[in-house]
Design a protein around this ligand. Structure first.
Ligand code: X5A
Ligand code: ZN
Length: 663
């Protein structure tokens, strides 16, 4: 199952024909540089290329009015002056004799992508299109957009394939108000948008772009706006919104398809967005969506006006869709106050509609900065874009190790398809063997145990050398195996290991002492106060069998901790009697691959070995199956997790969900 790439040079065949400072950033080169970057990097070659087609009138009318379509239809025959006058009826748009043709191709490209994904011809994909779509409305062009490509795609998917739940993630830096208007009363389409807002000073200056626009009537709760009230938002701010707003809600919603309004004007260097998130963040945003909807993710280009930032970010997105390991997240720090205020407000506004947010803190006593008065910014007024040349390092080349998944199994076990079997009896450096004997095996030990541990060490070393991406090992003594891997890996000065223990059972002690290991244990056992700050027990009343509880812990605690800790290896440990379902386990395995450049080692206690094949699938990059719409987590568990989160706040800034969490 591949990744689709949809592009046609024809969509570069229109441009602005007169002077208009507001529209001049929307140039044909946006597509050519993006596509050329994909070709140059070799990524295009790995994609399945799918031809565009023109959308039919019937398809355009899924969202737009006949009157509007008839008007746009006339544009190919207009003179420049007529085009100019026509465009003046709308906000921030231009037309060209070829715009209409391209607009039909842009819609058609989005539909081709949805068709190929929903028919199972490809797993996921991206469509590089012009004109963009998310601002256009039933009766109007707006913000460079003619037809609403993504809205039409959502409606088409519902109608043609009978989908009941579609998620639209709009990471463009502008509010896709057109999409919001289409679906604000429709509970079958969950629309999420973050956007530069500055308390409505920023275009398009709409009160309905604020966090309190939560949807209407039956669709109440299904419109999520995260306004950015300051420029300069960073990777941390973006990731925080994903962890603390979008992902818990998206998992509760359980979409059957994810459409991404993939605008890259939210990236660094963009003259419209003026944000500071680096191109690699788009790899993470993409990855974090790829275990929803069984991996059916369709990204459709919207904005993005810094050609360098745009093309690098498009490459990051496509490379992640292809399944290549993610880069380590760059310089994460504390989310900023303004972002935290926005996060808090949107969680609070949605607390009634989503049980994962039901506990959002009441901060009525806390001062949230209010709307500054002042006139709207005029287009081009910002001096920022002229003053500074924004520079950032080129993203590091992401290379997939020659072996994706290795398996360490007992001789009689069959190796899961696609995995490379490693011999347990690989020869071992005598010094390491001696150390193992001394630390773990009490003197001589039995040779079988020694060869098992030595196999593990060999595996971690190959992962460190990027010869192997990830792996799984079935072990007899999981406590010893965990301790052994942690000790070996953390011997190297710059290594850190995130250990995620699922289920009860004896977690190894004393491995967190030098702070190079962070242990998060998810289980049902009431643990006494943990001895070490880096040993974090998450206790769920019903243990790991509780899907909602585990998911709540994953996004509220585990991922933010993981991102901030930034491990060089993730050790996912399956304790005996973990009771975790295959589905939840695969989600965990899939999601954790966003860390440590995808270096995840899964340790499985022998008695749990029935999970070997689902584990192998996830490690090989297969998306996890959907978990179904989630119930509310147990109030007691939520309260306990919230208490734990507060306790950890002092050490981990990405756990903040409100501006009151600091200081
Ligand atoms: C698709 C998109 C932006 C329009 C900005 C007008 N449109 N000031 O990014
Ligand atoms: Zn935009």
């Amino acid at each position: 199952m591949g990744t689709a790439l949809i592009y046609d040079e024809e969509m570069t065949s229109y441009k602005l024909l007169w002077d208009d400072p507001e529209c001049e950033v929307e140039v044909p080169e946006r597509l050519t540089v993006s596509y050329e970057a994909l070709v140059r990097s070799g990524l295009a070659d790995h994609c399945v290329s799918i031809p565009v087609r023109e959308a039919t009138e019937e398809e355009i009318l899924l969202i737009h009015s006949e009157e509007y379509l008839e008007k746009v239809k006339k544009t190919p025959h207009m003179s420049v002056q007529e085009l100019k006058d026509f465009a003046l009826q709308f906000n921030a748009v231009y037309f060209h004799p070829n715009s209409y043709h391209c607009a039909k191709l842009a819609v058609g490209a989005a539909l081709q992508l949805v068709d190929h994904v929903l028919m199972g011809k490809v797993r996921n994909g991206m469509a590089l299109v012009r004109p963009p779509g998310h601002h256009s409305m039933r009766d109007a062009a707006c913000g460079f957009c003619t037809f609403n490509n993504v809205a039409i795609a959502a409606q088409y998917a519902k109608q043609k394939y009978g989908l009941k739940r579609v998620l639209i993630v709009d990471w463009d830096i502008h509010h896709g108000q057109g999409v919001q208007y289409c679906f604000e009363d429709d509970p079958s389409v969950l629309y999420f948008s973050w956007h530069r807002y500055e308390h409505s000073i920023f275009w398009p200056h709409l009160p309905e772009s604020d966090y309190d626009a939560v949807g209407k009537d039956k669709g109440v709760g299904f419109n999520i706006n995260v306004p950015w009230n300051k420029v300069g938002m960073t990777n941390s701010d973006f990731l925080s919104v994903f962890c603390h707003v979008l992902l818990p809600v998206a998992y509760e919603f359980c979409p059957e398809l994810v459409l991404v309004s993939a605008g890259y004007d939210s990236g660094i260097g963009d003259p419209e967005g003026e944000m500071c998130a680096t191109p690699d963040i788009f790899a993470h945003l993409t990855h974090l969506l790829m275990n929803l909807a069984g991996g059916k993710v369709c990204a459709v280009l919207e904005g993005g006006y810094n050609l360098t930032s745009l093309s690098q970010s498009v490459c990051q997105t496509v490379q992640t869709l292809l399944g290549d390991p993610n880069p380590r997240p760059e310089n994460l720090r504390s989310p900023c106050q303004s972002a935290l205020e926005s996060i808090h407000c949107v969680r609070w506004a949605h607390r009634r509609y989503w049980s994962c947010l039901g506990h959002a803190a009441d901060l009525s006593s806390f001062q949230i900065s209010t709307k500054p008065s002042g006139s709207p910014k005029e287009a081009g007024e910002s001096t920022w874009k002229d003053k500074v040349a924004v520079v950032w390092p080129e993203p590091v080349k992401r290379v997939a190790p020659p072996v994706r998944t290795a398996a360490l199994l007992s001789d009689e076990a069959v190796c899961p398809e696609g995995c490379k079997r490693l011999a347990t009896s690989d020869k071992l450096d005598p010094r390491v063997a001696g150390k193992l004997r001394e630390n773990f095996l009490e003197g001589e030990g039995d040779s079988e145990a020694l060869s098992a541990l030595s196999g593990l060490i060999t595996l971690t070393e190959k992962m460190e050398k990027d010869e192997i991406l990830n792996g799984l090992a079935v072990v007899r003594d999981i406590t010893m195996a965990t301790a052994c891997v942690v000790q070996h890996v953390t011997m190297a000065p710059n290594n850190r290991v995130l250990v995620v223990c699922v289920g009860d059972g004896e977690a190894p002690s004393n491995i967190t002492e030098d702070r190079k290991a962070l242990v998060v244990r998810i289980g049902s056992r009431e643990t006494k106060q943990s001895k070490c700050k880096n040993d974090i027990p998450v206790c769920l009343k019903k243990g790991c069998a509780d899907v909602s509880g585990v998911i709540q812990a994953v996004f509220g605690l585990l991922l933010p901790l993981g991102y901030e800790f930034d491990p060089s290896l993730v050790l996912l440990v399956r304790m005996p009697g973990s009771e975790v379902s295959d589905g939840v386990w695969q989600q965990l395995t899939g999601l954790l691959q966003c860390l440590a450049q995808g270096h995840v080692l899964v340790l499985i206690q022998e008695c749990e070995k029935s999970c070997v094949s689902p584990t192998a699938c996830s490690l090989l990059g297969e998306p996890a199956p959907p978990l179904g719409q989630l119930q509310a987590p147990l109030p007691q568990d939520v309260e306990d997790m919230e208490r734990l989160r507060r306790k950890l706040l002092a050490d981990w800034t990405l756990l903040q969900t409100t501006a009151a969490d600091t200081g």
